[in-house]
Design a protein around this ligand. Structure first.
Ligand code: 0WD
Ligand code: CA
Length: 378
């Protein structure tokens, strides 16, 4: 990349200034009482079809169909012949969320119309917040988050790190195939309608998505974020969204105490953070062997995960995740003061380091599109 790319040519090859303040991610600093986290409220949803077209409705929502006691799901089936993969080199940034906001602006309660058009402090993807939540425990991968303020709200959009791009471009054939397994498991367990049955003979197309949009509050931060939802319970008496939503996962079968401990320490942290944020109450996991055969299916209640892991020595704590996230958002608010979407603050974090930031005016990091600014200003 070209860190000096948005500076005048005489200042190129010099990195942009690293501004003074930083934020520690040391987990010991965040062991406080659990911060307020309001019950997430679904304010809308949208769907992306097989060609990644946006629809302001739930047409892509699927229904969970409980598998037989010993399922014989072969997750490798169809990988070479019935798989259409989304192009993950295309960076959509917040575009689909922004489209949803434009089409649903009237629904957003507006407590302070003069300074804040949407009445929220932050707009982002759920997946970006998941990365922030797990930061105090992450030892492998860093992140970069671009942030800017527009009409009183701060928008946060992830920027792929050099390392993440490298990893994405050099995945092994085995890794590529294993990424398919999660989607294949969804196809084995989801039907298009409440009375339908799954169609394992169909094509897996990862362009298709159903996303919920939720509003909530973490400490004094009003949040609006969207996350992809795999399916819902088909029982019409199930609680209203997001209480009826189900997150589907696949994971390697657990055969040894060491594997169980690693599952609790690393995987359950990510699963918990992802589902806790939007208030998805259950996670259904297919455990598979090395050949991609599902050997068992287990349900995890999101609210019980923190109890499950308490026997692990020196394990992760939800309160540390939530307090770090709250403090990160406070840190972002203290820096992103100027209301100008062309002014982007790039927050970076690497394992064993503090969060730092740099400032970029009219650069390639600008991510709020003109069509959004025009429509919101008119
Ligand atoms: O442009 C970007 N930087 C990103 C865009 C990064 C992440 C997501 N997205 C968009 C896409 O439009 C996608 O439809 O967000 C949507 C999903 O957002 P999310 O729910 O906030 O993301 P996350 O919680 O990380 O992932 C949820 C699911 C994943 O399921 P698993 O069980 O593997 O966690 O969304 C899928 C995946 O199935 N997914 C993605 N789908 C499309 N593009 C992406 C992605 N980049 N990442 C995960
Ligand atoms: Ca999933």
């Amino acid at each position: 990349s070209d860190p000096g790319g948005d500076l005048p040519s005489d200042k190129r090859h010099r990195p942009p200034p690293a501004e003074g303040r930083t934020l520690s991610a040391d987990r010991r600093l965040y062991e406080r009482h659990f911060p307020l986290y309001k019950q997430p409220l679904e304010v809308g949803c949208f769907s992306l079809d097989a060609r990644r077209n946006f629809f302001n409705d739930h047409r892509q929502l699927r229904y969970y169909v409980e598998p037989r006691r010993s399922p014989d799901f072969n997750l490798r089936d169809g990988y070479t012949s019935r798989f259409i993969k989304r192009d993950d080199g295309v960076k959509e940034k917040l575009d689909h969320m922004l489209r949803w906001i434009l089409e649903n602006r009237h629904k957003m309660q507006n407590s302070n119309s003069s300074s804040c058009a949407l009445g929220v402090d932050f707009v982002t993807w759920r997946g970006h917040l998941t990365k922030v939540l797990t930061t105090p425990y992450e030892t492998q991968e860093g992140w970069m988050m671009a942030a800017c303020k527009f009409r009183g709200s701060i928008y946060i959009s992830e920027v792929e790190t050099e390392q993440a791009r490298e990893n994405r471009e050099t995945r092994s054939e085995r890794q590529e195939e294993m990424m398919y397994w999660g989607y294949k498991f969804e196809q084995y367990t989801c039907a298009d309608g409440a009375d339908g049955t799954p169609d394992p003979g169909g094509v897996v197309n990862t362009n298709e998505a159903f996303c919920t949009v939720v509003q909530t509050r973490l400490a004094d931060h009003k949040l609006l974020f969207s996350g992809e939802v795999d399916c819902r319970l088909k029982d019409p008496d199930a609680p209203p969204a997001p209480g009826c939503y189900v997150e589907l996962k696949t994971s390697a079968e657990i055969c040894t105490p060491k594997q169980r401990s690693n599952f609790h320490r690393y995987k359950l942290l990510k699963w918990w953070a992802q589902s806790f944020l939007p208030g998805v109450p259950q996670i259904i996991a297919g455990f598979r062997d090395h050949d991609g055969i599902v050997v068992s299916v287990e349900t995890f209640q999101t609210s019980k995960i923190s109890q499950m892991i308490k026997n692990e020595y020196n394990c992760w704590k939800p309160t540390v995740c939530m307090n770090f996230c709250s403090d990160f958002l406070t840190f972002v608010k203290s820096i992103v003061k100027e209301d100008d979407p062309r002014l982007v603050y790039l927050f970076s974090w690497d394992p064993r380091r503090d969060v730092t930031y740099t400032v970029h005016r009219d650069s390639t990091h600008t991510f709020i599109p003109d069509w959004y600014i025009k429509d919101m200003t008119s």
